[in-house]
Ligand binder design. Structure first.
Ligand SMILES: *Cc1c(COP(=O)(O)O)cnc(C)c1O
Length: 385
């Protein structure tokens, strides 16, 4: 990470051109799609936006790579583009994938709808139980996909074991690090081969852009870039500019979000109107030990079940005044939602219950407001329930 600097310093300075074009301190948006070429250039060296090779893109890639200690990175048009392109670049027809059993809805849906037609098979495993993984492995297993913190019960698998298991068996380990963000967890240093993000969330951080990225070693990223160049999922220049801008404040934002989530989790845990709180920073969380060993912070996401059931959950969500009632996450404003009617609404009720997404579960994505204001707000809202 930017030589020996702290992450907060790296977030500001990683990948920056000093000086930038025409002496600029802020790297400009090159809105142009194409740049003058020189005779003899290889096709993928031509500076063309869809080939992910323009100056603004190369700058952003350097910045992203450095923030997670990767040799290379590529920005994509969305988090789903990052997930699907990473898989498409690694998996071949006939290959088998091992994946975590709680995946982002879009990722689970992609596997459900496309794995078979691409000739892939896959087996879902519990990332917190390494003893169950070997039974899932076949001679054609190519990759192991997990998420650093799952949604919405914020479980943290045995991530270092996933990376070790993959290395031992020659599998490509891929982690969706969206929920933890590079501030709290560094997947490549833990042994993962590829880290993917929905940059729409913490990396952008302001709920005003859709983007993704894949970070890793030169060879794998070159494969991802080659795949992306055919599928065409490049990140628009303006969104790329907003993402680079957001990255500079990543450390201060996520640290404030970690603090707010910890303060709310502690408050909920001690409140008689709350039956259950899920936050990996609480010693009561089943994965606290693992999270504390791997992560430098526990993230800005938590979930809870009010004691009064689904009606209390509805009243709670509608009685808070600061958080917006909305899905998505990672922005500077606090968001609150009931996953059963938003992110997990497409699942049949029995399946939702089976993975712990009960109708009374409330998920909070902490923003960077003052903890005191958030605490006062949730306190008055719980009194209404
Ligand atoms: C939001 C999200 C995605 C998808 O990202 P988009 O930018 O919406 O395409 C993937 N993984 C996780 C964990 C997410 O939260």
């Amino acid at each position: 990470m930017l030589h020996d600097h702290d992450f907060a310093t790296a977030a500001v300075h990683a990948g920056e051109r000093r000086p930038g074009p025409d002496g600029s301190v802020v790297f400009p948006i090159y809105q142009g799609t194409v740049f003058s070429s020189v005779d003899g250039e290889r096709y993928d060296e031509i500076q063309y936006h869809r080939l992910n090779s323009t100056p603004s893109q190369l700058y952003l890639h350097d910045k992203l790579a450095e923030l997670e200690g990767g040799q290379a990175a590529i920005a994509t048009s969305s988090g789903m583009t990052a997930v699907t392109t990473a898989l498409l670049s690694v998996m071949r027809a006939g290959d088998h994938l091992i994946a975590g059993d709680v995946l982002y809805g879009g990722t689970a849906g992609f596997l459900d709808h496309f794995a078979e037609r691409l000739g892939w098979s896959y087996t879902l495993v519990d990332p917190t139980r390494p003893d169950t993984w070997e039974a899932a492995r076949t001679a054609s297993t190519r990759a192991f996909l997990v998420e650093s913190i799952t949604n919405p019960l914020v479980r943290v698998g045995k991530l270092a074991d996933v990376a070790d298991f993959a290395a031992e068996h020659g599998l490509v380990s891929i982690i969706d690090n969206t929920f933890a963000s590079p501030v709290n967890f560094q997947p490549l240093a833990t042994g993962f081969d590829l880290s993917v993000h929905s940059a729409t969330k913490y990396l952008g951080g302001h709920s005003d852009l859709v983007a993704g990225c894949v970070i890793g070693g030169d060879e794998l990223i070159s494969g991802v870039r080659g795949t992306l160049n055919y599928f065409g999922g490049c990140l628009d220049p303006h969104a790329g500019f907003l993402l680079a801008r957001g990255l500079k404040t990543l450390a201060v934002r996520v640290r404030a979000q970690n603090e707010n989530a910890m303060a709310l989790a502690r408050f909920f845990e001690s409140h008689p109107e709350v039956a259950e709180v899920h936050y990996p920073g609480l010693p009561s969380h089943p994965d606290h030990t693992e999270a504390a060993a791997l992560m430098t912070g526990f993230g800005g996401m938590l979930s809870l079940r009010p004691a009064g059931g689904v009606d209390a959950a509805r009243r709670f969500v509608s009685s808070v005044s600061l958080p917006y009632s909305a899905p998505s996450l990672g922005g500077v404003e606090t968001l609150i939602t009931r996953p059963a009617v938003t992110s997990h609404a497409s699942l049949p009720p029995e399946q939702r219950e089976a993975i712990g997404v009960t109708d009374d579960l409330v998920r909070i994505s902490c923003g960077i407001e003052s903890s005191d204001d958030l605490l006062a707000d949730v306190k008055q809202a719980l009194e209404v329930t």
